[in-house]
Design a protein around this ligand. Structure first.
Ligand SMILES: [Zn+2]
Ligand SMILES: [Zn+2]
Ligand SMILES: [Zn+2]
Ligand SMILES: [Zn+2]
Length: 286
């Protein structure tokens, strides 16, 4: 520190005192790396083998599972009309018998992870903010995208693009045309947000959306009419607009139509490994 900047004042410290500190640091880093790998393995979900990215649940014997797999097990159990069980020890998985493991959640949030844009290393608790708002390499769209500019590129090139963007110099008449076409698009294209415009490179898509569909896994002898309502998952703060959706299953029709997921947090949902959504089904009485 100050001693290195100003060698003439470093006489108080002998040369022998400095190198041991460096050695200790190297050994500590080496150990840390191994520990990280071991922790990655120890703290992984026993179902999907990934590190839980948000809530971590455990069976009553302590086997860890991410909240996505936990709900998946419960849902699978419901769909198959079977008791959900822990994949490791086969003990019953119920909402009452499983608990969160806060210590594991906190330990995971401290583990390092690489930014998918710049390859920088951050703690898991900071990576989302970094990738969404701070990373200079993250893919952003032009500020004038609403006026028709389809440019997207790394954040550090945005200012340079905006300075030369032809859409920033539109005349009032052209602006009015843009607004009119946006209005008509919004009226006609409620479902178009689900279309990937650049399937080969999803990060370049101008518009993104998620659709959902319900598949009937069991066989039915008479038609089954239900209303589906998707809402945000427990412990999740993704905002999903509540919109019930009618579906009629028959012995031939076992797939509901593709419905757009009404949310402004599509990228956030797409960014996480597991999409957690709460699903309500209201069956029509015959
Ligand atoms: Zn899992
Ligand atoms: Zn278990
Ligand atoms: Zn980054
Ligand atoms: Zn532009």
């Amino acid at each position: 520190m100050a001693e290195h900047d100003c060698p003439s004042t470093s006489n108080e410290k002998t040369e022998d005192e400095v190198p041991p500190a460096k050695k200790i640091k190297v050994i500590a880093d080496h150990k840390k790396e191994k520990l990280e790998e071991r922790l990655n393995y120890i703290l992984s979900c026993t179902v999907c083998l990934d590190l839980p990215s948000s809530v971590c649940m455990q069976c009553c014997h302590g086997h860890l599972m991410c909240v996505g797999c936990y709900h998946h097990l419960l849902a699978d159990g419901r769909l198959k009309d079977e008791q959900a069980t822990c994949p490791s020890c086969r003990v019953d998985i119920t909402r009452g018998s499983c608990i969160r493991n806060l210590a594991v959640e906190k330990a995971i949030s401290e583990l390092p992870v690489q930014c998918s844009f710049c390859s920088g290393v951050f703690s898991r608790s900071n990576i989302t903010l970094h990738e969404r708002c701070e990373c200079n390499e993250r893919v952003v769209k032009c500020r004038f995208k609403q006026l028709g500019c389809h440019w997207s590129g790394p954040a550090h090139e945005l200012d340079r693009h905006v300075d030369s963007c032809s859409h920033s110099m539109k005349s009032p008449t052209e602006l009015l045309q843009c607004l009119n076409s946006i209005n008509s698009q919004q009226q006609d294209q409620a479902f178009v947000t689900a279309v990937e415009q650049h399937p080969s490179n999803p990060t370049l898509s101008a518009e993104r959306g998620l659709t959902y569909q319900l598949l009937l896994k069991s066989k039915i002898s008479e038609p089954l009419e239900i209303d589906i309502l998707l809402l945000r998952a427990p412990y999740d703060d993704v905002i999903i607009e509540a919109k019930p959706c009618y579906t009629r299953f028959t012995s031939d029709i076992t797939e509901s139509t593709l419905e757009p997921l009404k949310t402004r947090d599509v990228n956030r949902l797409l960014g996480s490994k597991v999409i957690n959504i709460r699903l309500f089904m209201f069956q029509h009485k015959r």
